[in-house]
Design a protein around this ligand. Structure first.
Ligand code: UDP
Ligand code: MG
Length: 204
């Protein structure tokens, strides 16, 4: 079974489209699944939209934070509820493309415990995001020895044992591949097709 954990803060225009994309791909790969949306203190209609989807499909679970507690707590609360043997995380804003899910599954089958997405062609503002991210990733690689290009990518797939050993808070969500590698899990990466943000705006 697959669990999808999706943190969402003010993503009202994206969550339904994302839900449909995940449903289609999960059916294609013939896996049972659940989708756990974590509403991280949205002030738009994200929660109401999710409730509406849930009334049609019980595979949708919703966790609602009373405030904006941040991405680490959102992921951790989602992980605590996840029942799958394989857990995916994706951003809610449609920048991650569920069509890449089979590539992650293939890599897990090769024996990896955590597969992290690598936004090879990142479709975000060059100076605000792409260059700072290259610097952070270069430092993370050289300081830790963990050879990952894009440690902060929101699109990842985990074997259950990996999430059981995580305790995320603060900014830790940015360094999950490094934490897992230091715990001797086998960490790999797959290139993903990043999409430009279509609705809403970045929170970082
Ligand atoms: N997000 C969240 N809580 C926050 C900030 C962001 O749940 O405090 C979610 C957001 O809704 C999105 C994901 O985390 O699903 C990544 O955020 P964003 O797309 O704004 O980051 P970027 O892609 O611009 O780095
Ligand atoms: Mg984004």
């Amino acid at each position: 079974m697959l669990s999808f954990v999706i943190p969402a803060k003010n993503e009202e225009d994206s969550v339904e489209i994302l839900y449909k994309e995940i449903e289609r791909v999960s059916n294609e790969v013939k896996k049972e699944y659940e989708i756990i949306f974590v509403d991280d203190g949205s002030t738009d209609s994200t929660f109401e939209t999710l409730k509406k989807l849930q009334s049609r499909d019980k595979k949708i679970k919703i966790i609602r934070h009373r405030g904006n507690w941040g991405k680490s707590i959102a992921l951790q609360n989602g992980f605590d509820k996840a029942r799958g043997d394989i857990i995916f995380t994706l951003d809610a804003d449609l920048q991650d493309n569920p069509a890449d899910i089979p590539d992650f599954l293939k890599k897990l089958d090769e024996g990896y415990d955590l597969v992290s997405g690598w936004k090879k062609k990142r479709l975000d503002p060059q100076f605000g995001k792409v260059i700072p991210s290259r610097i952070v990733n270069f430092l993370a690689r050289t300081l830790t020895g963990v050879k990952i290009h894009d440690t902060n990518c929101g699109f990842k797939a985990y074997r259950r044992e990996v999430i059981k050993n995580l305790n995320l808070y603060g900014e830790l969500y940015r360094f999950i591949p490094i934490i897992a590698a230091k715990q001797n899990f086998k960490v790999g990466e797959v290139p993903v097709t990043h999409r430009p943000r279509k609705f809403g705006k970045t929170k970082f």
